[in-house]
Write a new protein. Structure first.
Length: 162
């Protein structure tokens, strides 16, 4: 699969998740540098917001948007990036945001989900909606990594399943 960044073509490594696939229970790292399993945070309908690098404008906007939505919704919203736990902690403090944000610093999720951008060694901007069985019910892989996801479509998919 390929996405882009303006006119640059970006290759996605591996087999990309699709609707109907079950997530892998991979090990991630929390903000306190502790290893955690993804499935420990999925108990029912869950939205997973995936960003390439929290220290960029579009990722900052997307993460703030989902952090705000998490306060309104009765289902969890998780953010995952390849940023280090220190980068994530710093961003959360600087943005005054307390949210569930996990690091894929070891690339376990990136590889299992087939969402690793070869040219950047970062996750492709993606949003997943998974059900209580950890099955993907909605996926948006943003075609140009400079663009934000379609928040309304994500919420409509999640609300329909809720």
């Amino acid at each position: 699969m390929q996405i882009k960044r303006d006119k640059q073509i970006i290759n996605i490594v591996g087999e990309v998740l699709k609707v109907g696939d079950t997530l892998a229970d991979v090990e991630l790292v929390d903000r306190q540098h502790q290893p955690v399993n993804l499935f420990n945070f999925i108990d029912g309908l869950t939205v997973i917001s995936i960003v390439p690098d929290i220290n960029t404008k579009t990722c900052d906007i997307q993460t703030n948007q989902f952090a705000s939505l998490a306060k309104e919704k009765n289902y969890p919203i998780i953010t995952i990036s390849t940023n280090s736990p220190d980068d994530i902690q710093h961003w959360c403090q600087a943005s005054n945001v307390d949210m569930l944000y996990l690091s894929d610093i070891n690339r376990h999720f990136s590889k299992a989900a087939g969402l690793l951008m070869a040219e950047y060694d970062k996750l492709a901007r993606t949003v997943l909606v998974v059900d209580e069985n950890k099955v993907v019910q909605y996926i948006e892989i943003v075609a140009d990594m400079r663009d934000e996801p379609d928040y309304q479509r994500v919420l409509a998919a999640a609300d329909q399943l809720n």
